[in-house]
Design a protein. Sequence first.
Length: 377
Amino acid sequence: MDLSVILTYRCDSRCSMCNIWKYPTRPSSEVTVETLSRLPDGFDHLNLTGGEPTLRRDLMELVDVLYPKACTLEISTNGLHPDKLVPIVRKYPDIKIRISIEGFEETNNAIRGEKNGYAVKIDCMKQLIEAGGKDLGFATTFQDENIDEIVDLYRMSRDMGVEFATSALHNGFQFHKSDNVPYDRLVIAKRVEDLITEMMKAWDAKTLFRAYLNLGLIAKVLGHDRLIPCQAGTMFAFIDPWSDVYACNVRPDLKMGSLLEADWDEVMHSEQAEEQRRKVAACKQNCWMVASAKTAMRNPRHAHLPKMKPLRWVVANKLRSMMGLPINFRGSVDYSIVHRDEQIVRRESYLGKRTKAELQPEESRQYSQFPEGFFNR
């Protein structure tokens, strides 16, 4: 099973597609090392995320406790605090680090509201490489503002010898936003085709199967159903900063229990958890993020092997790439069907702006700010 722990909703980025920074958690209320130490061993993948996890003063202690509990421990970070990450990588060289980067200098800084953010991230990655990191990479969210740069970002990542993870613009209750929709779905989807074509030239299995993950992002961007059904609450779950366990980080109604009231096994085997799994089985949200997608692609009996559907696609299209033939996108994606959005809100860059939310941030109130009736499509 995979698990993501949202350590904090504090964040020092000011992203246009995420309002977490407007609603930070209070450090005294955030999930503790002692609570997380009671988690069982044996997770396949355990991701420490946020908000910005490097803002936790006890991050090293958290890593010490959680590293033995998973085959892979990951930190998802904005990369603005190499001083917190370098000591961790020196101690645990195989820890997975993914630094969010939304484009090259001008694009990244505008989208993420980070003055000089791009330069700091690149320097952070170089420091982590020098520190001996073995599983490093950048992570990008496809959106209209950066889609023309994604192939070059991928090439830059390959040149640096690090991975390139991707997701698509989406809504989730922790973002305090429900208006994250593309301006031009078709343009974004076509640019992702270019990325997949480039990735299929690689020879490592991780990149080839990540190309299939990006195929699922094309379907998500166009507004189609998922390529593979979701297994939220069964194969992966989230712990939020208040120690509550959720089936996923999109729907605020899928709370399975609290680690302050019960231990992990009691939460996961409770009637409340079973009820949320029934809701997941009937869920129509069109989500295809890394957490749900890579888990859905995994063979349920052998966690390190893929299911047959992505395996067949990867083998067939790797052969096509080797023969100089185009990737067969039409066999998986119908471009004649594109979701039409009723309302499109232009995202605002907060770079260099002093907003009321920044001057007087409102403490998060456990998702009460999130409107009902949101939908990912």
